[in-house]
Structures are given as structure tokens and as C-alpha cells.
Design a binder for this molecule. Structure first.
Ligand SMILES: C[S@@+](CC[C@H](N)C(=O)[O-])C[C@H]1O[C@@H](n2cnc3c(N)ncnc32)[C@H](O)[C@@H]1O
Length: 264
């Protein structure tokens, strides 16, 4: 498997909130809980978690990307019950420390998600919860059908991901991975994010794939795009299309929840 890492786009991560972009977790949070957020990025969702658990609770956000962590500390570091640490999901050593361990849109970038889930399980207290939100990239859809240039990019994106060992149906595979890790009461909740023209949130959600074209475009291998297609051109065409034509964008997502068994 490739050791290539992907770099997430801070423009995209910075637009996210707990209430809108990790809804199922938001409903599970209570004052006083301790939470670990694996792959916290710029900390936008993590800061929402810290607000929800309040001063009696505590939150740790970890990420392997120092640049994103610096942005997280700059924006949210002053909150007393929240800290950001450098850390890799595949090297997590915490044991029985957190009431909830969560990862949002992180395992889609991990070549060995079973290992990450085993480590996240160990980091949670007996009786604690794992809450993982992720994509099924093969099921994302747009109305009307996007321009051919974008569809060619999207196929290249899926192929690049697959070549790096990153699961394009991560969300659907989570329940089996949870059960294999010994988690109980495993439940998978539909968590699609749908943006419709004319509705609140459309302007914030629509640029997602335009930003992704630009940030992933520079990471695609030479020859990753069909001949003659330039990233700048795909981006220009797609941005014009979302401005004028896009009606509905649906990100296919699920939140999977599992409970760590009690000790006895
Ligand atoms: C798409 S972003 C999601 C950020 C945030 N959780 C959200 O939902 O907006 C994925 C994040 O996971 C981080 N990441 C990917 N693989 C990781 C790993 N093995 N360990 C820690 N962080 C990782 C990336 O650096 C990035 O910040």
C-alpha cells in the first residue's frame, strides 16, 4: 500500500460546525463528558464539542497535520477545556481515558482503518462510545449531471484514492469493522449532507468539490487526469457550473456508533 498522505483543505474544514456537520454526535454530548476527536483538522467541530461538554468536560483534538493544528490552536486554543495535540490515529496509545472517541471524515484517509478503530476503542473507557462519521464517495451525487470535465476529475479522484488504499465506501464498511473490533450495540445512522439551491447552507456547501479539485488536483500523480485536462480548467468549469446550474448536491455519509463493553 502507498505511504502517500493526503492534505485536507483548511477552507473546507473551517466552514464546518458540530451542529451541521457532526449532527449525530451533537445529540449524544452532555456536560461533563470527556471526548477525543481524532483527525480534528482546523478544530471547528472540536470547538463545538468543547462548548457542548462545558467547563466540567474536556476535549482533546488530535491530528497528524501540523499546519492544520496550528490553525486550530490559533482559532480555538484559548478555550480552557480544549487542547490540540499532534497525533496519528495509527499510533494512538491512550487507554480507557475518554467517554466518547470520535472521528469525522478521517478514516476515509486511513489505509488501515481496522487498526485505527482498535486503537480508538482502547482509548475509550469501558462502557464508552465510538462515534465515526464518514463518506461513501462512490455514492455522492449531483443534480443535474455535472460537466464531463468534473466527472473525469471525480473518476480520477476515486482511482487515486483506491490506489492509495483509501476506502471509497468507508461509511458502509464501518459497522463490520466496529463489530470485528468487539464493539457492541453497533448502529449505522444515515447522515447524508444535502444542499439544495435556494435553501439555507447551499452557498457554504456548494464549493466543496471546487475546493477539492484545487487541493487534490495538485496531489494527483502525473497522468492522474485524462490527457489534455488541466486542474485550473476543471476548476473554472466546475465553479461556473455550481454558480449557474447545480441544483442539489448530496454527500453520501453515515455515522456509526458502537459501545465499548464493560469490564465484566
Ligand atoms: C477531511 S479532514 C476532517 C477534519 C474534521 N474532522 C472535519 O470533519 O471537518 C480529515 C482530517 O484527518 C486528518 N488525518 C488523516 N489521517 C490521519 C491519521 N492517521 N491520524 C490523525 N489524523 C489524520 C487529516 O490531517 C485531516 O485533518
Amino acid at each position: 500500500m502507498s505511504s502517500q498522505q493526503h492534505r485536507s483543505d483548511p477552507r473546507i474544514l473551517g466552514r464546518r460546525t458540530l451542529a451541521e456537520h457532526h449532527r449525530h454526535l451533537a445529540a449524544l454530548l452532555r456536560p461533563g463528558l470527556s471526548v477525543l476527536d481524532v483527525g480534528c483538522g482546523t478544530g471547528s467541530i472540536t470547538a463545538g464539542i468543547a462548548r457542548a461538554v462545558g467547563a466540567a468536560g474536556s476535549v482533546v483534538g488530535i491530528d497528524r497535520d501540523e499546519h492544520l493544528l496550528a490553525l486550530a490552536r490559533e482559532e480555538h486554543g484559548s478555550r480552557g477545556n480544549l487542547r490540540f495535540e499532534s497525533g496519528d490515529a495509527l499510533q494512538l496509545e491512550a487507554r480507557e481515558q475518554f467517554d466518547i472517541v470520535t472521528a469525522a471524515r478521517t478514516l476515509q484517509w486511513v489505509g488501515n482503518p481496522a487498526d485505527a478503530i482498535a486503537r480508538m476503542r482502547r482509548a475509550a473507557k469501558p462502557g464508552g462510545l465510538l462515534v465515526v462519521l464518514d463518506f461513501d464517495h462512490e455514492e455522492n451525487r449531483w443534480e443535474p449531471v455535472p460537466p464531463a470535465e468534473f466527472l473525469a476529475f471525480y473518476q480520477a479522484f476515486l482511482a487515486w484514492r483506491e490506489g492509495n488504499g483509501w476506502d471509497n465506501r468507508m461509511a458502509s464498511h464501518l459497522p463490520a469493522l466496529f463489530r470485528d473490533a468487539g464493539l457492541r450495540e453497533v448502529a449505522s445512522h444515515p447522515s447524508d449532507e444535502t444542499a439544495r439551491r435556494g435553501e439555507a447552507g447551499f452557498a457554504g456547501a456548494a464549493p466543496l468539490w471546487a475546493d477539492t479539485i484545487e487541493s487534490v488536483g495538485s496531489q494527483l500523480p502525473v497522468g492522474g487526469l485524462p490527457r489534455g485536462l488541466q486542474i485550473a480548467e476543471v476548476s473554472r468549469i466546475y465553479r461556473a457550473w455550481i454558480e449557474n446550474d447545480l441544483q442539489v448536491q448530496t454527500l453520501s455519509m453515515r455515522t456509526v456508533v458502537g459501545r465499548v463493553p464493560d469490564r465484566f
